[in-house]
Design a protein around this ligand. Structure first.
Ligand SMILES: O=c1ccn([C@@H]2O[C@H](COP(=O)(O)OP(=O)(O)O[C@H]3O[C@H](CO)[C@@H](O)[C@H](O)[C@H]3O)[C@@H](O)[C@H]2O)c(=O)[nH]1
Length: 495
């Protein structure tokens, strides 16, 4: 490891939608920094393979892995080290287990000949702010979510709307609540805010102190690195800066541009099969359907979607997530209805394996994308310039859908605003229209424009390119940590 280089510790959160953008960001960081930065990435043993492309691309003098076992947690099924192996609400068990890495990390710092000058860690790792404080170094939050979502969280934490009640005193889930401190005062149905409200505002949510403390630590951290670009979210980036009270916020996205994608993916047999099938389709006539790596549809949702696809008569690729390791009985996990695949044979593919979403979205035959509105999927959809149809299911997805549909006017809802479950006839209509060039002209034009801006922002002298350059300059000027022998001995003894 070159001694003049500044050493950075990168700590991802082990969920595909989190780890992949942070690793791609690390790749960009190393490309921009040439030899002035070196990086160590912390992973658990089963996630090490996700790091392999980065380890083989960059010299071993620039990047290395620090493999630490995932600390146990009572609600974590044995062997699960990634949120893809857990039901969506169980990400909290990994979230609660990870602070157990603090001891092993302090010991590693104490024994390292050239310990890191900064930590860049996922927004679910608020505890690393306190770790950085102990080490007298800076922590930067990496957000795989939008600036708009950050903005909403900051507002909910500092000035939450009052809990809406019905006349009989129940929580009024259908009340329209506005986030008054945010630009444009965005409005939500309260059911869309219920989970963040429970976690960030009320005191009876699942694990509330831990979650609130996580965001409080994030807001006190030295800087924010967000996977977005100024052309898309300048209003909310500015709002985040104002709310944090400083300008150390860097917009470095969209990460995962197709040009950065490894060509080897093309040779993965499942993706190859889909791409060959797409080769036989006409331009923009196929809808790609995916709900990301964490969310699983209920049987009711799967049935409506299958019926909508059947009624629509359109061509489609449906990436269907099967239950895995930690998906225990008792959760309502939908299965593809009997006979569906035979009925749509020839015009629809249901794929259960991992696929290269970026390559599929960028195929000329794909015209629209029915998405749960995970932020990575949204950025990938924008870059591919496809129509995005929104079916948010939880987490930050209601914010993302709001941003796309009501604010940027680039996405289309598949149901009425207050409908939790779409109607299959309406869904079929929207699906058909999404691949007909005569509908949604305004959204299509806007998608084209934003897709171009997205690519420009990462090109030389684009806004995200410049932010990355400025971030690298900021990082290389950070001082090396001065750890006292007393502290080092203490951390070694304690762990
Ligand atoms: O077969 C697959 C399935 C997924 N992907 C990729 O996996 C990522 C999925 O990320 P995202 O669309 O953000 O969805 P989630 O996996 O659900 O991501 C979680 O993390 C996101 C970032 O914080 C949040 O916005 C989401 O709400 C949260 O569920 C994307 O890059 C996809 O291209 C594939 O390449 N192939």
């Amino acid at each position: 490891m070159a001694s003049f280089a500044t050493h950075i510790l990168v700590i991802p959160f082990p969920g595909q939608g989190h780890i992949a953008p942070l690793l791609d960001f690390t790749h960009h960081l190393l490309l921009h920094a040439t030899a002035s930065l070196t990086v160590t990435v912390v992973v658990t043993p089963k996630n090490l393979q996700l790091l392999q492309p980065l380890l083989s691309f960059h010299p071993s003098t620039a990047i290395s892995a620090l493999v630490l076992p995932l600390p146990p947690h009572p609600s974590l099924p044995s062997g699960a080290e990634n949120t893809k192996d857990l039901p969506p609400d169980s990400f909290l068990s990994i979230f609660a287990a990870l602070p157990g890495l603090q001891g092993p990390l302090l010991r590693w710092f104490a024994t390292h000949p050239s310990p890191p000058s900064a930590i860049i860690s996922d927004l679910f790792l608020g505890w690393t702010h306190h770790l950085a404080e102990k080490l007298s170094i800076k922590r930067f939050v990496f957000s795989p979510s939008a600036a708009f979502a950050m903005s909403m969280i900051l507002c909910l934490q500092t000035n939450p709307p009052p809990l809406p009640k019905t006349e009989s005193g129940e929580i009024d889930l259908n009340a329209v609540v506005s986030i008054n401190d945010a630009p444009g005062r965005p409005e939500f149905f309260f059911w869309q805010l219920l989970m963040p409200y429970k976690m960030l505002v009320s005191s009876d949510g699942p694990n509330p102190p831990l979650f609130k403390a996580n965001y409080t630590a994030n807001h006190s951290s030295w800087g924010y690195i967000i996977n977005t670009f100024t052309g898309l979210e300048s209003v909310y980036l500015n709002h985040v800066k104002t709310s944090l009270g400083h300008d150390r916020v860097w917009a470095v996205g969209p990460l995962f541009l197709p040009t950065v994608t490894d060509d080897k993916v093309r040779s993965d047999p499942v993706s190859e099969h889909i791409l060959s099938w797409l080769d036989t389709c006409q331009d923009s006539e196929v809808v790609y359907v995916s709900f990301g790596t964490q969310n699983m549809l209920t049987q009711e949702q799967v049935n409506v979607l299958a019926l909508g696809l059947e009624k629509s008569g359109i061509r489609f690729v449906w990436k269907f997530k099967e239950p895995s390791l930690g998906h225990v009985d008792g959760h309502d996990l939908g299965k593809i209805p009997h006979g569906f695949e035979d009925r749509v044979a020839g015009r629809g593919l249901v794929i259960r394996d991992w696929v290269s979403q970026v390559l599929i979205l960028n195929h000329r035959a794909v015209g629209s994308f029915l998405s749960h509105c995970g932020w990575n999927s949204i950025l990938e959809g924008l870059v591919a310039r496809v129509m995005i149809l929104t079916w948010p299911l939880g987490a930050d997805q209601y914010y993302n859908a709001k941003l796309l549909v009501d604010i940027l006017k680039v996405g289309v809802r598949i149901s009425q605003p207050n409908e939790i479950l779409p109607n299959s006839d309406h869904l079929a209509k929207v699906l058909r229209e999404s691949v007909s060039q005569s509908a949604y002209k305004e959204e299509r034009t806007r998608a084209m424009q934003l897709g171009k801006e997205a690519i420009d922002s990462m090109s030389k002298d684009g806004s995200s390119y410049k932010d990355l350059e400025m971030l690298v300059q900021h990082l290389i000027q950070l001082p090396k940590p001065m750890l006292s022998e007393h502290d080092k001995n203490k951390w070694i003894e304690e762990s």
